[in-house]
Design a protein around this ligand. Structure first.
Ligand code: SF4
Ligand code: SF4
Length: 386
């Protein structure tokens, strides 16, 4: 196989994704673009960007901070919440330290209660997320919450955003989303010409970057992917099991799931989570009379398991299966995340009955002591595909 053309040609190529983003954030802060911390995909970053603020995804994926979190939080809580709080307690998340404020949402009870503790450390605004997305009130209420957030940010950072600026921000996000979908399309090729690490690194960069800064980088990446196609280079082989990974967000120590799939000879063709394709999958409606309503409409379409019913996730899975042609679906569930855990049953049934495809649920945390067990399960899954 020919040598793989690197997708990033900067000094951070090959380094953990947060390093590149941190250097970018530092520049933004020096250039009078204050940082706002976010924890969740429902944070409407377009409002922040419209007023010249820079959203930063806060650290939440390391086993290293869990022990200190457990001195305050119960041990039987989701590792994502414990890790997030551990970073705050230890003061070891550089993005949290830089942030002038944090935007939070009522996605799950554990997070909600953790935010009360985090609010003692940093100004924190909680958005009340409607969780019955099909109800008529949901859009109206989320639009109101988005406007309330705007008020909080305007007051905290002494900035404003006109509707015109929010509309511009929406259009820029659509441009970024289209480019991101184009990049993920290279995983739909058989065998894929992009791997999970690259998709993760690109997603990690694309979301918090100003779209004006992200677009040239993304266009450069597409050019390099085209060169890979022209040179016939790819990951895995025609026979490598293609895996769609759905479920809880994956990052840091949770990346073990992608690594194990790769070590067992598989290729991840769709990371369907909030640190993957989920946020780029759909566009905002442009030129609506109220741009905050356009934001509300799109954000409520995010198929997180906190929503009920969450039919959107099943529809999205069918679209991804059609497009990326996986051989199997792995549902990644973080321990003690009740919503993803319970929903896994419905997802598994849907995948087996509607798509007649092997399905594997992996429930795990950030530790590495179950890697052997996970490897055995993934190997067994791949044997069925063979
Ligand atoms: S999985 Fe749900 S709660 Fe977690 S980041 Fe995504 S949208 Fe937010
Ligand atoms: S993974 Fe589940 S329990 Fe953990 S923060 Fe997300 S929604 Fe809450």
């Amino acid at each position: 196989m020919e040598e793989m053309i690197p997708l990033f040609e900067d000094e951070y190529a090959g380094q953990p994704a947060p390093k590149r983003v941190l250097a970018y954030m530092q520049k933004k802060q020096e250039n009078d673009q204050p940082i706002v911390g976010t924890y969740c995909a429902y944070a409407p970053i377009e409002i922040m960007q419209a007023m010249g603020l820079t959203p930063a995804i806060l650290c939440a994926f390391a086993k290293a901070t869990i022990a200190s979190a457990e001195t305050v939080l119960p041990a039987n809580l989701c590792p994502l919440i414990k890790s997030s709080y551990g970073f705050i307690q230890e003061g070891s998340c550089p993005f949290f330290s830089m942030a002038g404020a944090v935007v939070a949402e009522t996605t799950c009870d554990g997070k909600k209660k953790m935010f009360e503790l985090a609010a003692e450390v940093k100004p924190l605004h909680v958005m009340d997320l409607p969780q019955l997305p099909d109800e008529v009130e949901a859009k109206e209420n989320w639009t109101r919450m988005i406007r309330k957030l705007q008020g909080f940010l305007e007051e905290t950072f002494n900035r404003t955003a006109t509707d015109l600026q929010i509309e511009e921000s929406i259009k820029k996000s659509n441009k970024r989303n289209q480019l991101m979908r184009k990049i993920f399309d290279y995983a739909a090729i058989h065998p894929p010409v992009i791997n999970w690490q690259e998709m993760f690194d690109i997603s990690f960069m694309a979301l918090p970057y100003d779209v004006d800064d992200a677009v040239p980088v993304l266009e450069g990446i597409i050019e390099r992917l085209e060169r890979r196609v022209a040179e016939g280079v790819h990951y895995g082989s025609q026979n490598s099991p293609r895996v769609l990974v759905t479920g809880s967000p994956v990052g840091g120590d949770a990346l073990k799931i992608y690594k194990i799939i790769e070590q067992c000879g598989g290729v991840v063709v769709t990371p369907d989570c909030c640190t993957g394709l989920k946020l780029f999958a759909k566009d905002f409606e442009e030129d609506m009379a109220d741009p905050a309503e356009a934001l509300a409409k799109r954000y409520l379409q995010i198929p997180c398991s906190c929503m009920t019913p969450n039919e959107g996730r099943l529809e999205a899975l069918s679209e991804m299966i059609e497009h990326f042609k996986p051989d199997a679906v792995i549902d990644f569930v973080l321990t003690a995340c009740h919503s993803y855990n319970v929903e896994s049953y419905k997802v598994g049934q849907y995948i087996s009955e509607k798509h007649d495809m092997p399905f594997l649920k992996i429930e795990t945390d950030y530790s590495d002591n179950d890697e052997g067990q996970i490897r055995t399960k993934v190997q067994a899954l791949f044997e069925i595909i063979d």
